[in-house]
Design a binder for this molecule. Sequence first.
Ligand code: NAD
Length: 459
Amino acid sequence: MINNIAIIGMGKLGASMAGCLASRGFNVIGADVSQKTVDALNAGRAPVQETGLAELIERNKGRIRATLSHEDAILNSELSFVIVPTPSDARGAFSLQYVAYAFDAIGKALAKRDSYHTVVLTSTVLPGSTRYGLMPILEKSSGKKCGKDFGLCYSPEFIALGTVIRDYLNPDFFLVGEFDERSGAALESVNSRVALNNATSKRMSIENAELAKISLNSYVTLKISYANMLADLCERIPGGDVDVVSDAIGMDKRIGRRYLTGGFGYGGPCFPRDNVALNFVGKYLGAATELLEMNDDFNRTISPRFVEKLKPYLREGSTVAVLGLAYKPLSHVIEESAGMYLCLTLAGSGLRVIGYDPLATEEAQSALRMHALVADSIIACLQDAECVLVTTADDVFKALKPEDFVGNKESVTVVDFWRCLPEPIRSHPAIRYVPMGRCIDDATAIEKLDGLWRGDEHN
Ligand SMILES: NC(=O)c1ccc[n+]([C@@H]2O[C@H](COP(=O)([O-])OP(=O)(O)OC[C@H]3O[C@@H](n4cnc5c(N)ncnc54)[C@H](O)[C@@H]3O)[C@@H](O)[C@H]2O)c1
């Protein structure tokens, strides 16, 4: 029975998995190249910010230790998860350089092992990477044979930053790409003890699993884009409301309601690049993947189109507050975030921009230096703003009161991209409330739609 697990790469995903595995009774040895990360874990502290992680690691610190030595981790475990970065390269593919470095070190450790060990790659990679790009490194540096002396799987996680712990412990399924039956069985035996919801392992070849991971993410981005297209349509239909339409079509089991809320485009460190990478490999192989390219193009037009839509509400030289700088609530990650795009674009057009985010202050302050201010408190952010842009449906913003927006001003415009603010704000006399994704000018919408049926176009 597998009781000791190594995690190579204790970052946002690896550290959270370490906490979860320890909470399910496994002894976890985390290996990382960062001394700071290793020191934090050995002191019982979370090396990264993630909801509930600090408490999880503190509670389970007796079963977690960290090391700078891959050899220490591999020699003292029966199975290892490799979760190091796979950054996008200039072609739009995923670079294997960090994984290759880790696999070389793991191979050298495997050379010293006298018993079987299963290596599981969890980092996101493109089809073919594990078997053709990485397995040869393990075999070369260990001098051993995959399938005989050690096992190999590709098994990514479907987690979202901000809810990594909940998602990891309650997955819809485990995706297991296996080199052979023995490797897959080893991983399945661990999976069956991890999930709180009895999720099962879907086992398949490594290449099918590599494709399944990236195509699942890419499919979700298509759904998000569909919702964003509907939102744009609803703004032009009298009484149009994207939430009403999404609630209705989301009831159809073929569609479902999740990821169907019109708002900003998809951002963050995974969705945009996964979509681009799948298109890259599709094109390389001669497959018809233009749909993915169109989706990426559409997604990239959303923020610029919102900037156009905002123009009537922005007075030259005035102060604009941007609430939400991370790419989504409960995250500190500002990569490909709509809030950051708005700050930079609006500041570039001569407005005074001041942003606020409950978790991303530090990251945003350094990225916006010389462009826009980042407030330490939400009230300081709202104080002078004539116009407030709410870019994420964060609970902190939903809890704001009308007085927080109005302050000492006569009036304020509040643009709600996710239609998440409560009724007292929507109807407050001093607040001009602008919900995106809903029609706010029925008269113009009626005139236009009416023209389609009465005018020349009808004939
Ligand atoms: N974060 C997510 O939401 C998410 C979701 C699914 C998949 N992934 C994938 O997981 C992988 C890791 O993502 P992340 O967000 O955890 O990255 P991260 O940058 O937060 O963490 C990576 C960690 O790996 C360490 N590292 C780098 N090279 C190493 C090596 N040779 N040996 C040991 N440690 C090494 C780094 O010091 C860092 O602590 C990526 O491929 C990513 O695409 C991430």
